[in-house]
Ligand binder design. Sequence first.
Ligand code: GSH
Length: 235
Amino acid sequence: MADLSSFPITQKWPAKNPDIIQLYSLPTPNGVKVSIALEELGLAYEAHRIEFGPEGVKSPEFVSLNPNGRIPAIIDPNGPDGKPIGLFESGAILVYLAEKTGKLIPADPAARYETLCWVMFQMSGVGPMFGQFGHFHKFAADKVANNPYPAERYRDESKRLLSILDARLKDRQFIMGDDYTIADITTFPWIRGADVFYGGREALDYAGFPAVMAWLERCLARPAVQKGLEIPAKA
Ligand SMILES: N[C@@H](CCC(=O)N[C@@H](CS)C(=O)NCC(=O)O)C(=O)O
């Protein structure tokens, strides 16, 4: 049996089966990327629900795994050289899982790097900009009631990113073409999330990006996605 005792997080959220991947997450746009990938890959894992706040993501035990105090994070008991490894940042976790299994990322080197470009496009662009859009459009709307600038800035930048994605998907099934990859898994939860969590469908003019909408439906139709979107479930 794997020994995960060097990871303090396992004291607060004990592993029932330390031989399988431990996922620390919540079903948010960043969190579901990892549960969706794990489901798609058919890897065995145990999901721990980590709430926001001092008892969850900001607790010393969680921060010992991710110094940034944010979900998602994982421990793989069977990492490089067969040793346990802890990982945080959803993009890094997706690259790790894809490379571990040789799936959800092309084997061809040039196509692999192209996939990574689109993963980084999401991590540095779509995620942060959509997140700020949601903040000003919904959660802090009352704080900026007299100043439309922040909401407009992030709305317009989010729409610009959507137009880039729409052009990419116009003649492709998925971001990398016929194959569904980690570039899709990192991106579509944010397109869905801006609607489901922020009510941003109209403000972001989703109807104006038909290729993105058709791709989102294709992604959401996958059984692994339907399952991953609900993980970790509420106790
Ligand atoms: N770049 C990080 C972002 C992670 C992130 O922002 N997670 C959010 C949930 S979607 C979180 O844990 N927020 C808790 C907090 O800010 O206290 C990643 O992709 O993993």
